[in-house]
Design a protein around this ligand. Structure first.
Ligand SMILES: [Mg+2]
Length: 176
């Protein structure tokens, strides 16, 4: 199978680890939903935030989500693993460094604009993602899309081939 996998909040605990730093940067006290909203609305300010993230190497220090490494490693020999992130390309080196540090095996790493991940990973049998809007688009191009459950995506699923999952252990059971 060709398996597409998002990085932030799917493999990497990005929101949890950087929420405090994000709030400090924007001078607010936003919860998970509000942060996601803010990031979509305030594109211009986000450029500044991503610059600071890059300058300070913040993404090289985020933690790994439990079970991700074990499950992806178990798939690696038999499946094509495409990592598809909407991180800016400037973060490519730091992203690779982090993946190497945590020994996450993959065949390709793509940077994509939001809502265009299907272009970078065409015809995936499976895609694993935490952004519900992205999932709804990917569902038209992939056989099955697994939505990693988070507070910001708890809305009804509109397509039959989008399946909510709560952990990598669950994904491993489904896809092994
Ligand atoms: Mg994500």
């Amino acid at each position: 199978m060709r398996i597409g996998i998002d990085i932030d909040n799917v493999i990497a605990n990005t929101f949890e680890d950087l929420a405090a730093r994000f709030n400090q940067y924007v001078g607010k006290d936003l919860n998970a939903n509000e942060v996601v909203d803010f990031m979509r609305r305030e594109k211009f300010r986000m450029w500044g935030y991503w610059f600071v993230t890059w300058r300070d190497g913040l993404l090289t220090r985020v933690s790994l989500i439990e079970g991700a490494k074990h499950t992806i490693t178990s798939w690696y020999d038999d499946h094509e693993i495409l990592l598809v992130t909407s991180r800016l390309p400037i973060l490519n080196r730091q992203t690779k460094k982090w993946l190497n540090q945590h020994e996450i095996p993959y065949h390709k790493l793509h940077h994509s604009k939001e809502r265009e991940k299907y272009k970078k990973a065409p015809n995936c049998d499976v895609f694993i993602e935490d952004n519900l809007e992205e999932c709804e688009i990917l569902a038209d191009y992939c056989d099955r899309v697994y939505l990693m459950d988070h507070p910001w995506n708890r809305r009804p699923l509109k397509k039959d081939n989008i399946i909510r999952v709560t952990s990598w252990t669950e994904l491993k059971e489904i896809l092994t």
